[in-house]
Design a protein around this ligand. Structure first.
Ligand code: ATP
Ligand code: MG
Length: 411
């Protein structure tokens, strides 16, 4: 019986010139990590694809599904790995076509890659096509837009045969686009925003502001669950938590009620930027979507934005809630985000938040308390927990200790 392997297809995008080897090596590393525990034998480049083989010799749909979640993977096929023996690869083609789901029409697409094999692609089309016509006498060959294409890929001494493939998440391998700090609440939006930036190749370092000690630590638990749910994408190595409750109380006493949220947000962004500097991250990410809630009007975004000097990425700015919820379902965070938890956002909320903040009023509120001291205090109180999900995550030099549970960064 032929071996079954996973053949990983990636987009040509990002593969040009010097980037190509970096991209491919990173994807190979990330696939190794994602498939830990699946008995992987080899992960290697084969003629514009990545070949994953398993000690069992029999890759399954489950393994293909794991691979499909890794950023950079456009498609993945369960392929039969055959020798150059015609009878063997023709039999594999019959099986592959039989497994591809209901169909009426098909064609064979052969490709030879730097090989000395005597049959040329046209010969292979005829040979395999003839065998398939015999095996499926009621089905028709159709060259233009057939229901199924049976691929026959000849590389060195091997022939890979496959028909069905699973769509992957696309994007670029995590680790090829630098590092970002993402502001993670346990709501629907920020986990999706985090995933989206990770899918473009960034290593993501989430920072969560909790209401502790004024609230329970439920939101922290939900953020941990979100990090675990995003594990298949392999984009997070560490979660930071900032206990913000006491400082929020101070802010709520110092600034006009209507400007509380904006002021909390400015402090959050300033602290996140400090963590980003420690981490060597080059941008911040939020889950904001224009006009979704009071704090996300253009005036308010501007009033908060000015506090940071790093770029702030808002991947969901033009998405609507339904799209975001659908994506949350796909990436497995929807159910977690539907559980309500008190976090710092529910604490000391004003009855009527400002929707169009005047910048001079915001500055006056900002100067009414010692914001620098507060930011410093919050950075020093930061806690973190490590996750073994992201091979490209490198912790800052002065925070190398591995914390299995949430623990203070600086004692
Ligand atoms: P989300 O669904 O991500 O919570 P939201 O619709 O509730 O977003 P806001 O509460 O205005 O909107 O939050 C806007 C963004 O600010 C969030 O997407 C997130 O990036 C950041 N943010 C909000 N609360 C927190 C928090 N407690 N910790 C860290 N970041 C937060
Ligand atoms: Mg929220």
């Amino acid at each position: 019986m032929s071996k079954r392997v996973c053949l990983v297809h990636y987009h040509e995008i990002g593969l040009k010139g010097k980037n190509r080897a970096t991209f491919e090596n990173q994807l190979v590393n990330n696939l190794h990590r994602a498939l830990r525990g699946h008995g992987v034998e080899t992960v290697k480049r084969v003629s514009g694809h990545i070949l994953v083989s398993f000690a069992s010799g029999q890759a399954t749909m489950e393994e293909a599904r794991v691979i499909s979640q890794v950023p950079g993977v456009a498609r993945v096929s369960l392929a039969y790995l055959c020798g150059l023996d015609e009878a063997e690869y023709c039999a594999a083609a019959v099986k592959a076509l039989g497994e591809a789901g209901p169909f009426e029409t098909f064609k064979v697409h052969a490709r030879r890659s730097s090989t000395s094999y005597e049959l040329h692609t046209l010969d292979i089309h005829q040979l395999v096509g003839g065998v398939l016509c015999e095996a499926y006498p009621t089905k028709k060959v159709r060259m233009h837009d057939p229901d199924v294409i049976v691929y026959v890929l000849v590389v060195q001494g091997n022939v890979y045969v496959y028909a069905a493939s699973m769509v992957g998440v696309g994007g670029l391998p995590v680790g090829t686009a630098g590092k970002v700090v993402t502001l993670l609440s346990s709501g629907f939006d920020s986990p999706v925003a985090t995933w989206m930036v990770g899918r473009r190749g960034a290593v993501c370092v989430p920072v969560h502001f909790s209401g502790r000690p004024m609230t329970a630590d439920t939101s922290e638990g939900l953020c941990r669950d979100i990090v675990e749910a995003l594990q298949p994408a392999g984009l997070i190595g560490r979660l930071y938590v900032v206990p913000f409750g006491e400082r929020q109380r101070e802010i709520s006493l110092a600034v006009p009620q209507s400007l509380r949220i904006i002021t909390y947000r400015r402090v959050m962004l300033a602290v996140a930027e400090r963590i980003a500097q420690l981490e060597g991250a080059k941008a911040l990410v939020t889950g904001e979507s224009l006009g979704q809630v009071a704090s996300q009007t253009l005036d308010n975004i501007a009033a908060v934005n000015e506090i940071a000097s790093m770029p702030i990425l808002r991947p969901l700015i033009g998405s609507d809630k339904m799209e975001i919820m659908r994506r949350a379902e796909q990436i497995g965070t929807h159910e977690i985000s539907s559980q309500s938890a008190e976090d710092c956002c529910t604490l000391f909320m004003p009855r009527r938040p400002e929707t169009h903040a005047r910048i001079d009023a915001v500055h006056e509120a900002w100067d009414s308390f010692d914001h620098d001291a507060m930011i410093e205090q919050l950075v020093n109180a930061v806690e973190y927990q490590d996750f073994d999900h992201c091979p490209s995550y490198k912790p800052p030099r002065n925070m190398r200790a591995w914390h299995r549970e949430l623990a203070p960064a600086f004692e």
